[in-house]
Ligand binder design. Structure first.
Ligand code: NAD
Ligand code: 13P
Length: 341
């Protein structure tokens, strides 16, 4: 059988690389080797890519988890992606614009993309922001799906059962990526709503900061539930205000309510926000101290969204997101999370 497909994965992607690497071995029409672009770093004086290829383990970002041997880490972005017919994007949203700039003109127009990135790009357009899938589509001239769900990376990598959602514009693309990602412990559902899936993933990171603040304040489970409910309401209101086609049902998928619950219980944004209350340290300092090189997405997305809401005079309509921004960036006391909403 002709081998035609090649997949490039961007980093900590490592958890999904494990899934993809396992799945492609089931299909004759997909090339078995999966290239994974890794932003090169030194770990104990050695290149991270070389360590990954020798030990089949991402010792920095996903220690203790063996990757399939058909996952090959590469430090060169263009070489990793130039022959790909499927591209999986999993970099923190801060870096995706630079990745797309480097790939522009180098990718086959037949290639299909999927983004796992939870965030948006701030832009001077009518909305004030651009979806990452739109950035990929516009800059590379290829179609992009979106995968998002209640998927804490370590639990995914340990093969504990979870669900996820793929949003598609073209059903064949959705089905193709379902084949690539679905496993008995990583159950994929596909929906015709790329924008809804993507905005759920971006906005829940802001609400997760709220979840961590109430934990730090020791306000209890009822308060946490209230933050989750109000957060979900504001997420849906925001998404539908900017994109009228977003579907209500999407908020009941894994990418909606389930991701919000998991991120407010076990995510990095929650953990750092709790520490902000208990230590009084800034989010920037805590990100460096607590996350070992990983990035906090909730604070920067809160800032991006506040910029948009304030420009459009909408802050009063989104009191939770606005208050979370002010606690993160304007030194508002954390207790205002319950006083101002
Ligand atoms: P992360 O927060 O761990 O960030 C570290 C990654 O950024 C490393 O892979 C590092 O190599 C890379 N990096 C550092 N500098 C870079 C640069 N200049 N250019 C490109 N890459 C650079 O990343 P993550 O946890 O893999 O998250 C990536 C995306 O996937 C995010 O949008 C996140 O919301 C989403 N996501 C994360 C999880 C999770 O549980 N971690 C789950 C689902 C989705
Ligand atoms: P954090 O970025 O808050 O860790 O959330 C991870 C996630 O998106 C789980 O689905």
């Amino acid at each position: 059988m002709l081998i035609t497909e090649c997949i490039s994965l961007f980093h900590r992607g490592s958890a999904v690389a494990k899934i993809v690497g396992g799945n492609v071995q089931k299909y004759d029409h997909i090339q078995n080797e999966v290239k994974m672009w890794v932003f090169e770093e030194q770990v104990d004086g050695q290149n991270l890519t070389e360590i990954i290829n020798a030990k089949h383990e991402n010792v920095k970002y996903l220690p203790g988890i063996k990757l399939p041997e058909n996952i090959v880490a590469c430090p060169d972005l263009i070489k990793t992606c130039e022959d790909a017919t499927m591209l999986v994007f999993v970099v923190p949203h801060q870096f995706v614009a630079s990745v797309c700039r480097q790939l522009k003109g180098k990718i086959s127009p037949k290639c299909k993309a999927i983004s796992l990135i939870k965030g948006v790009d701030v832009e001077e357009n009518d909305n004030g922001f651009r979806l990452i899938t739109d950035m990929i589509q516009d800059s590379l001239g290829i179609r992009a799906c979106m995968l998002s769900g209640a998927n804490i990376a370590t639990e995914v990598a340990e093969e504990r059962f979870c669900e996820t959602t793929i949003g598609y514009r073209n059903k064949a693309d959705g089905e193709l990526f379902k084949e690539i990602f679905n496993t008995p412990t990583f159950r994929v559902n596909i929906v015709e709503d790329v924008v809804g899936v993507e905005l759920c993933g971006a906005l829940k990171n802001i609400i997760a900061i709220g979840g961590g603040l109430v934990d730090g304040l020791k306000l209890g489970d009822n308060t946490k539930a209230a933050i989750i409910r109000i957060g979900l309401y504001e997420m849906r209101k925001f998404a539908k205000m900017f994109y009228a086609d977003v579907k209500d049902e999407t908020f009941f998928e894994s990418c909606g309510v389930a991701d919000l619950v998991t991120t407010c219980a076990g995510g990095r944004n929650r953990k750092v926000a709790e520490a902000h209350v208990t230590t009084g340290k800034s989010f920037d300092q805590l990100e460096k101290e607590m996350l070992g090189g990983q990035k906090l997405q909730g604070t920067s997305t809160a800032k991006d969204m506040y910029g948009i809401l304030s420009k459009k005079g909408l802050c009063k309509e989104f009191p939770l997101m606005t208050t979370i921004y002010r606690i993160c960036y304007e030194d508002l006391p954390p207790i205002r999370i319950v006083e101002d909403i």
